[in-house]
Design a binder for this molecule. Sequence first.
Ligand SMILES: Cc1cc2nc3c(=O)[nH]c(=O)nc-3n(C[C@H](O)[C@H](O)[C@H](O)COP(=O)(O)OP(=O)(O)OC[C@H]3O[C@@H](n4cnc5c(N)ncnc54)[C@H](O)[C@@H]3O)c2cc1C
Length: 379
Amino acid sequence: MRVPTTEHQIFRDSFRKFVAREVTPHVGEWEAAREVPRGLWLSLGRQGYLCPWVPEEYGGLGLDFSYSVIINEELIKGDGFGVGVPLHSDVASPYLASYGTGEAKERYLPGCVTGEVITAVGLSEPGAGSDLAAIRTTAVKDGDFYVLNGQKTFITNGYCADLVVVACKTDPAAGYQGMSLILVDKDAPGFVRGQKLHKMGGHMQDTAELFFADCRVPAWHLLGQEGQGFKYLMEKLQQERLEVCIKCQVMAEECLKEGLNYAKTRQVFGRPVGMHQANAFRLAEMATEVELGRVFLDALIAAHLAGEDVVQRVSMGKYWLGEMVNRVAYQALQLHGGYGYMEEYRICRLSRDVRALSIFAGTSEIMKLIISRNLGLRG
Ligand SMILES: Cc1cc2nc3c(=O)[nH]c(=O)nc-3n(C[C@H](O)[C@H](O)[C@H](O)COP(=O)(O)OP(=O)(O)OC[C@H]3O[C@@H](n4cnc5c(N)ncnc54)[C@H](O)[C@@H]3O)c2cc1C
């Protein structure tokens, strides 16, 4: 994010130091463990780096989304792409704050700030990803409880989460209008999490399957009203996809940096790689795409902060930036030759990690569907 205030700069400097001290040195170890330790979450919480937007009455700092942008950006620059903090702070916890009952907010929101409550969002199922209206997890009211049955997959923070926002059908016959969002506590009877999934990249991020077998949760765990789940998801998707746009852009900037540095130093046929015109032009194209992405992203962030409806532009951003970062990562690795394929080079990890960006939080194809529908083209 450009044009920061002095407060933003101070916040960024201190968070950058935190990442350099407490995240970057541990990346290899956490990737092998396929999760980040709870100690990191608690440490982040002590410093005010989790859910900084939460109102002071619940223990937060009452800051706006711009501070979340800084946290997201600096985590990526410090190789903490797989730390599930933006998902926790800016995607999952806002559901609790916006639609949770007073009891739920008092019970869980302070923990979201301290790191004692890690959150996740469970939408995707083995049979329903893009087409969320097709989910099959159900919740049936039973006195003062809901009883959930079903399964979720690919859930980020799923293995470590203490609280999951689960999309389910309270009225299966009503299609998307029968969808509700319900909070499931890790200790709820009948809630079981599967193993951490083996992925192509994002290795330090725990991604898991979740199972609900007659899982009982108190009725006050319902978010908002029954049948309004799809509407709430649509309301929150703008910030979720913006959060991914930020990841795309910063990772593209990092890939460009790696490619450029390498191209300036590695000698081939008596000259640096980047001094061969084909490669210089390649880098010029990459730098242009990255610059265009930054201008677009900063405008999106500013509009979101101003409270504008930017669903169409966020969808464009998620589509274009998600594809752009993959192009830039591919070219940056290519400039490295065989070294780019070696783990000791940063571009190797970056290239693995970027691949999911055009898939999660809505694929590029789904973004095009939204964009074209908003253009009046209903398929
Ligand atoms: C690393 C990772 C983390 C994730 N984290 C979470 C999480 O925390 N919570 C969660 O709920 N989910 C999560 N997901 C799931 C993710 O949101 C889904 O994978 C994604 O929405 C796509 O769904 P799908 O995998 O079922 O693919 P499908 O929906 O089966 O799509 C398959 C292909 O068909 C295309 N397609 C689908 N519909 C259309 C159409 N109408 N027209 C044209 N093409 C179409 C898709 O673009 C895709 O190319 C995560 C996924 C990954 C990889």
